[in-house]
Design a protein around this ligand. Structure first.
Ligand code: HEC
Ligand code: HEC
Length: 269
């Protein structure tokens, strides 16, 4: 009985302690973990805008709303959010769940200009790439050349450019326009950090060397340059045809399924 009582007290304390001690202050560490894959503070624009002086250019209430759900603010037709969306290549920032208290801490942190934040890394610019770098990047991407630390070829999960038409993995997204989405510094950063959930496991202890990152990035920029923009009207027609086809298939399947069920259910019940 006494044991049970003690156990109860223990769980109760834990229940109270976790929210109190678990709720960390929003500091440089939190920012690095949650925001730095897309933002710098004073290091220039990345996937998202540089957040230096953001507390001066935006109202606090707007920021609270925006951070909680960028998509909602954009959909509501907010002009600032839509301008940002266009400027940052139609990449929508993911919702960031946080309490009011956490937001206050974040706001204070942004006001300090990112106190305690490590200096943002600047990677080699793609403009320095030679045709050798691009070729090396292509060979690495397509698996003709092995990564030094044994990571798998990108091609096994991704396609890019013309290579995509001939094959390439479909597990990951097509990377033809990855350079447009992430930008020069951003693309190096994402390939270096490999922060995508489905990639972290296979690249564990097999990160790319900085030269390999540079080569692959240079190749992806080259792919974007050499892949003509697809005529959208055709794409839409194609999409529409696909949609009609899918709906018809579903209707047919539904029909077939109904028929089948009647046959199998009766004898069972
Ligand atoms: C996956 C990338 C990504 C992550 C992660 C991310 N953001 Fe963003 N953020 C963006 C993009 C892109 C924009 C530009 C608006 C848009 O397109 O949605 C943006 C815009 C913003 C803005 C408005 C900037 C301005 O100039 O008005 C703020 C503030 C902001 N983000 C804060 C944060 C904070 C704080 C975090 C971490 C808790 C975070 N973001 C995480 C991509 C990201
Ligand atoms: C095991 C399969 C796999 C391999 C190998 C792989 N990726 Fe990925 N990658 C993914 C998946 C899946 C995603 C989508 C995000 C997620 O689910 O994690 C992704 C996302 C990405 C993105 C973001 C794309 C976007 O549209 O936002 C980039 C850039 C990327 N990978 C680059 C690479 C590069 C460069 C290599 C080779 C060094 C590589 N990946 C190797 C599976 C892989």
């Amino acid at each position: 009985m006494k044991k049970q009582f003690l156990l109860c007290v223990f769980w109760f304390c834990l229940l109270i302690a976790v929210p109190i001690f678990g709720a960390q202050a929003f500091d440089a560490t939190t920012f690095t973990k949650k925001c730095s894959s897309c933002h710098t503070i004073g290091g220039g624009n990345d996937v998202g805008p540089d957040l230096k002086d953001v507390t001066k250019r935006r109202e606090k209430a707007w920021m609270r709303k925006f951070i909680a759900s960028p998509q909602a603010v954009i959909s509501a037709g907010d002009p600032v959010a839509n301008e940002l969306l266009n400027k940052f290549k139609l990449k929508v920032m993911p919702d960031q769940e946080m309490s009011d208290a956490e937001f206050e801490q974040l706001y204070a942190f942004l006001e300090t200009g990112g106190a305690g934040l490590a200096a943002p890394v600047t990677y080699r610019k793609v403009s320095e790439a030679s045709s050798y770098d691009i070729q090396k990047g292509a060979a690495l991407f397509n698996g003709h050349l092995r990564f030094q630390n044994g990571g798998p070829a990108c091609f096994s999960c991704h396609s890019a450019g013309a290579a995509g038409i001939l094959g390439g993995g479909a597990f990951g997204p097509n990377l033809t326009r990855a350079s447009v989405t992430y930008g020069d510094n951003g693309l190096s950063k994402v390939i270096t950090l490999i922060a995508f959930p489905n990639m972290t496991e296979v690249f564990k202890d097999k990160t790319l060397t900085s030269e390999e990152v540079f080569a692959v990035k240079s190749y992806l920029f080259d792919v974007d340059r050499n892949t003509p923009v697809v005529d959208n009207s055709n794409l839409k027609k194609f999409f529409f045809l696909g949609l009609v086809g899918t709906v018809m298939t579903l209707v047919l399947l539904d029909f077939a399924f109904k028929f089948r069920r009647r046959k199998t259910k009766r004898p069972i019940y």
